[in-house]
Design a protein around this ligand. Structure first.
Ligand SMILES: Nc1ncnc2c1ncn2[C@@H]1O[C@H](COP(=O)(O)OP(=O)(O)OP(=O)(O)O)[C@@H](O)[C@H]1O
Length: 572
């Protein structure tokens, strides 16, 4: 099951919302049936969501249809973080906290089997951190009457959390069949949802009306059209009424902002006339991202939204004013009509540095992987929103003069090898040794290509009783230090398919996956102990609308493949 997410599309906010409305766990779409939803079958641990700081045709959140509440988000990055489906770290043997090497694991663990000595418990399931709140909606009353909560839930990810319960320290555990965590999990998620907004740990659902589920069933046409062309994420999440009356906002310049929104809905025009828009400072308020280790221990999956700054060209075309404002470290508000507030686990403002982001999202993953937990971080979002910037960043001179703009991946490995060195030093007497192996692949036009050996293309995925799901013929390289990883990153980045589009002059045309298997062994009580953890860093290709990106010919074919595979993510 593990690699399936490579082809998958993280659920948009809309999908998350509709998933709960639907209440059946089946695929759903909007009235155009362009998008589907299902639980992602991976064990995502941390989710990024980033947004373009641009307010043109490809906005990032959709204006809600009043009687549906929130529709969706063109969420830009989803990255996943450490599994918490396991015994809380604070209860473990102190030695394991140094690198997680205190638990005696049997010899059988060597071949990728879980160490039975590690207790596993179901993860704490929590309600949404993705919520939507309507304020100053002229139809607020109507909305309540309809009894549809506009709140969003990230409950789908909870399934992954439960899956994560079984992936303690082993590759094998990642390979469970999807069915092993099927409806029961979803049911629990829905039950949680049904139990009301009070279960939300953070976020603005308090004022939400209670929500009867199942108010929206998927139609056949919706299901059939779930595989969509590029840009459908936006259009799928745009209410039909908005589409009908929307269109390009001629005055979208005024809304250029680091934000999440649809510029296609009437609300945008209304917004332009709204004096509130003037209140939005050109310089957004800044909030500190929380570095709260306990939070990570208690929650398996996190969604972080990152807003990128407006680029010079956007500023010259659209101006500097913003249409969203950040109200806290967890909420971001679109100042439209109706005003809409979105809540995430973390909101990273446009001023956040790569270093800060790494400390919040990357560091916990490193620690987790060293302790034998599988972790995954992936970036999802619209083209040009900053996924590659976040995941890879500036890796031009990493050997000699690392740039402050280097992204998550190089930082994760810098930290990993520093920690490995320390742990090996600390547990010298136990003869602790780490071994790391990496592969780097891309999925381009629905084909798997080895980025470290580009002559190997159209690689096949296989399933094996021992190895689980794997890509046949993929080169896996042992790395001993951060320089080795940098070498692989540079090699892979050079081989990755990139092309210029109207929306991004270096647009990734493929999904890339950098995976490192971290294996450790040490001796204690006359036994050899083994531990495995896997770290997946994924930079998905961006969703785009053909009209906005200007893709044609080969670019258009790529775009269709990208969108198809992103949509497929929703089926897993
Ligand atoms: N947080 C940021 N700060 C400064 N510049 C950024 C930031 N995020 C993105 N950018 C810049 O925006 C441009 C587009 O970013 P990037 O290529 O990472 O987008 P993307 O989401 O990966 O797009 P695609 O899906 O088309 O590959 C790049 O020039 C990048 O340097």
């Amino acid at each position: 099951m593990y690699p399936l997410w490579l082809f998958a599309k993280p659920p948009s906010l809309k999908k998350l919302a509709y998933e709960d409305y639907d209440g059946e766990g089946s695929s759903v779409g909007d009235e155009d049936g362009e998008q589907s939803a299902a639980d992602p079958a991976v064990t995502p641990r941390f989710a990024f969501v980033t947004t373009r700081g641009e307010n043109g045709d490809g906005g990032n959140l959709w204006s809600p249809k009043l009687d549906h509440g929130i529709v969706g988000a063109h969420v830009n990055e989803l990255a996943l973080s450490p599994p918490k489906a396991i015994e809380p770290r604070r209860k473990r043997n102190p030695r394991s906290d140094l690198g997680g090497h205190g638990d005696a694991a049997p010899e059988s663990a060597k071949n990728g089997q879980s160490a039975p000595s590690t207790p596993v418990r179901a993860p704490k399931r929590r309600m949404t951190k993705l919520t939507w709140q309507s304020r100053a909606s002229p139809d607020k009353h109507k909305s309540s009457q309809l009894g549809r909560s506009p709140s969003l839930t990230r409950g789908q990810f909870d399934k992954s959390c439960v899956d994560a319960a079984s992936d303690v320290g082993s590759v094998k555990s990642l390979q469970q069949p999807a069915s092993s965590s099927g409806m029961g999990t979803r049911d629990s998620v829905l039950n949680n949802f049904k139990s009301g907004p009070g279960h939300s740990q953070k976020g603005g659902v308090d004022s939400m009306p209670s929500t009867p589920l199942g108010s929206r069933k998927p139609r056949n046409s919706e299901l059939n059209r779930s595989i969509t062309s590029l840009g459908s994420v936006t259009s799928a999440a745009t209410p039909r009424s908005a589409k009908r009356h929307g269109g390009h906002s001629s005055t979208s310049n005024a809304l250029a902002a680091a934000g999440l929104m649809s510029t296609r809905a009437n609300g945008v025009r209304a917004l332009l006339q709204n004096q509130q828009a003037d209140q939005v400072a050109t310089e957004p308020a800044q909030f500190q991202l929380e570095e709260d280790p306990n939070f990570w221990q208690d929650h398996s999956v996190q969604v972080l939204i990152r807003t990128r700054p407006i680029s010079n060209s956007e500023a010259s075309q659209q101006g500097h004013s913003r249409c969203v404002k950040q109200e806290s470290a967890h909420t971001i508000t679109w100042i439209g009509q109706p005003e809409a507030r979105f809540t995430f686990d973390h909101v990273a403002g446009e001023s956040i540095s790569q270093e800060e982001l790494f400390r919040v999202a990357g560091l916990p993953m490193v620690e987790n992987c060293m302790s034998g937990y599988n972790s995954c971080m992936f970036a999802y979002g619209q083209t040009g929103s900053g996924k590659t910037h976040t995941m890879l960043g500036d890796i031009s001179d990493l050997h000699h003069q690392p740039s402050n703009n280097r992204g998550m991946t190089p930082r994760v490995f810098e930290s990993l090898f520093t920690k490995i060195k320390m742990a090996e030093e600390l547990q010298k007497q136990e003869n602790l040794r780490f071994k790391c192996r990496c592969f780097f692949l891309e999925i381009y036009n629905e084909q798997i290509v080895d980025l470290l050996e580009p002559s190997s293309f159209n690689l096949q995925m296989r399933e094996d009783a021992n190895k689980g799901v794997y890509v046949e013929g993929l080169l896996e390289v042992e790395v001993q230090n951060v320089q080795d990883v940098i070498h692989l990153l540079l090699l892979g980045a050079a081989n990755r398919k990139v092309a210029a589009t109207n929306m991004n002059k270096e647009s990734s045309r493929s999904h890339s996956v950098f995976t490192c298997t971290i294996e450790s062994q040490w001796e204690s009580d006359h036994m050899i102990n083994y531990r495995f953890g896997r770290l997946n860093l994924v930079d998905l290709a961006g969703s785009e609308r053909q009209r906005a990106s200007g893709a044609d010919g080969e670019r258009l074919k790529e775009a269709a493949s990208i969108n198809k595979s992103l949509s497929t993510l929703g089926h897993i």
